[in-house]
Every structure is written in structure tokens, then in C-alpha cells.
Design a protein around this ligand. Sequence first.
Ligand SMILES: NC(=O)C1=CN([C@@H]2O[C@H](COP(=O)(O)OP(=O)(O)OC[C@H]3O[C@@H](n4cnc5c(N)ncnc54)[C@H](OP(=O)(O)O)[C@@H]3O)[C@@H](O)[C@H]2O)C=CC1
Ligand SMILES: CC(=O)N[C@@H](CCC(=O)OP(=O)(O)O)C(=O)O
Length: 348
Amino acid sequence: MRAAIVGSTGYGGVELIRLLQAHPYVDITSVISSSSAGAPIADGYPHLSEIRTDALDAVDVALMKEKADVVFLATPHGVAAKLVPQLLEAGLKVIDLSGDFRLRSAAEYEAWYKHAPADEAYLAKAVYGLCEVYGDRVHGADFISNPGCYPTATLLGLIPAVAAGWIDPATIIVDAKSGVSGAGRGVSLGVHYSEVNENLSAYKVNRHQHIPEIEQTLSDVAGSKIVTTFTTHLVPMTRGIMSTIYASVMGGAGARSEADFIALYRDYYKGRRFVRIRPQGKLPATKEVWGSNYCDIGLAVDARTGRVTIVSVIDNLVKGAAGQAIQNLNLMMGWDETTGLQFVPAYP
Ligand SMILES: NC(=O)C1=CN([C@@H]2O[C@H](COP(=O)(O)OP(=O)(O)OC[C@H]3O[C@@H](n4cnc5c(N)ncnc54)[C@H](OP(=O)(O)O)[C@@H]3O)[C@@H](O)[C@H]2O)C=CC1
Ligand SMILES: CC(=O)N[C@@H](CCC(=O)OP(=O)(O)O)C(=O)O
């Protein structure tokens, strides 16, 4: 299958290149840039020297139609909203890594993202590609909206307990942390080395664009409206997301033990190769999934407070972006979902 990558000069795009290079059924036939067409991609990314010798193509739908079967969009919010209708009309399959098609409501998108929303007819065509939960819908689809990085870690950590009714949804609090590559390659004061190094800061409190995405999916799973407190923090590391989640156990801690929760999660994710549930007494760390498509989850129940603590970790650029996008392609095409993604996390 031939793949084109729009936004190939960004962190999400260049991670797609790294992973797709090793995919047995995919050839990258076009790497695309809106600002540097004609330049060799290795100019901006010397680690690709002698691996990708091709020059960047311009953003041109007719050219994509000629050169590719599937287009990955790793572009800033607002770009896919305009491009996707043209790509779908051209008969291309599309996987969008941005937030443009994740929310079903155009008004909610506008309120949280501060961009003009996509046409509602196309919003309705998007399949939300949280693979372990909606894999059946992805199978055979032509257009996938890849979940956000924080929502991937947070939703995979919460959904089994919410679906089973084991936690009180009104008490959910999510304390999330990300490495700096989550902000993309663009330079700004907030990601400047001396602002981030030896520092830990909360940001976008009560206004993060991933709040409605998390609430939309949790509400679908619960069958009733759920709102959450979700706070993001910037951590001085390159890759990795940790969502630490707190919620009250229905009926109190005596109602469900830690072993019960672990068994529930293992059962929910049975047969899913990219979610690993830690044994009792063990919690995952971001380094344990670094560079891989795994989401690792650990659970602890506090008998004193009656609350469960859920720790969920991913690599933001892999399971949080390019890896899950490829997992979605595998599911769309009916290939084994692990195709091209079977690598071990880089450690240490
Ligand atoms: N970084 C992460 O961990 C994650 C990112 N995402 C999402 O993936 C998308 C890409 O993020 P990321 O790679 O980090 O961002 P970057 O800023 O690193 O890269 C975005 C790229 O988009 C290209 N671009 C900018 N404007 C346009 C345009 N008008 N048309 C076409 N291409 C354009 C730019 O390249 P050029 O100028 O060469 O065209 C740029 O390199 C975003 O929507 C982000 O929210 C999702 C999950 C995780
Ligand atoms: C560290 C950092 O700034 N992270 C970004 C993650 C956004 C992202 O990756 O984009 P999506 O909305 O497409 O998931 C943020 O918090 O906005």
C-alpha cells in the first residue's frame, strides 16, 4: 500500500516515517511539506540520511491521488478540516492525527480549539480510532480520526472501570503529565530549554482541548454525561505521558479489591497486545514504554479513602500518535493490528 504523509517535517510526521519504514505492507511514496517543497527531507532531519533520499512534495491533492492510497495528516489543528473533504472525494483513505475530527459537535470543537470546525457532513464520516475500544468500527473504514495523546492514556486507563460501573464517574480526577515533544517541533517560549529544564508546570488548567474528547468517550461508555477534572503538566523529558487517575470505588474500597480491578482490566483487554496490565503492587513508568506502541496500566486501591488510583503510561509519539495511527491502518485493512509495530521499548 502506498502512503503519503502531510506534515512529514513535524514530530508526528517524522515518527510516522520511522515506523512505516519497517512496515511490511506499506511504502512511503510521498513526504509532504507546506513550506519546504523540493528540499530533501533529510536536510531538516539528518538522522534520515541515506534512509530517505526523496524531496518533499507540495500539498497537492491531485499529486496525492496519483502517488498514494492512504494519506496520514500530521498537521496543526485546522488544516485537516479543510483538506479531508478533498482527500475523501479523491477516493483516498485518510488517517488524521489532529483534533479536527475527534469531537462530534462542531460547536464544541470551535469552543475548545478556537478554529473554524470541519463541515458537519464530514465530521459524521470520521471513525474515532481508539483501537482497543472501537477496533470493530475501524475495520473497513476509510477515514479515521486518531485519538489525542492524553486521551489515549486516560481513556485506556478509565474505560474498563467506567464500563463496569465500578467507580463513581462524578469523582474522577485526572492528573496528566507530558514530555516536551508533545508540543511539536515548533519553537516557543513555553518549550524553550531553560523554561522546561529543572521545572515542572501545570498548563491549560480547565481549558485543555482534550477535556471534551475524554468526556465524549467516557459519556458514550457510561451511557450518561460524565464531566472530569483534567490537569496537564509539562515534564522536562522528551517523550512520554503519564495519566494518574483518581476515583471513588462504588460501594467503598471493601466492595472491590486491587486483585478484582486487575482481573477486570485483564479481562477487558484480553487478546489486545498493546495494553499491558501490571501485577498487584507494581505501577508502570514512562520509560517502560519509550519508543513503543504499548500502553501500560497499574492500579492501587486505598482502603482508607475508598479510592482507586490508576496509572497509565504511553509514548506520546507512538501509542499517542504515529503508532496508534498505524495500528488503525492495520485494523482498517484487516491486517494483524501489530503489523510493523512489534518492537520492544528502548531501555534504558
Ligand atoms: N506531538 C505529539 O506528541 C502529538 C501530536 N498530535 C497531533 O499531530 C499533529 C502534528 O503534531 P506535531 O507533529 O507534534 O506538530 P509539529 O509542529 O511538529 O508538525 C506539524 C507540521 O505540520 C506542517 N504544517 C504546518 N502548517 C501546515 C499547513 N497549513 N498545511 C500542511 N502542513 C502544515 C508543518 O510542516 P511544513 O511547514 O513542512 O508543512 C509542521 O512540520 C497535531 O495536530 C498534533 O496536535 C497528536 C498526538 C500526539
Ligand atoms: C506538551 C504539550 O504541549 N502537549 C500538547 C499535546 C497536544 C497534541 O499532541 O495534540 P492533539 O490535541 O492533537 O493530541 C498539548 O497539551 O496541547
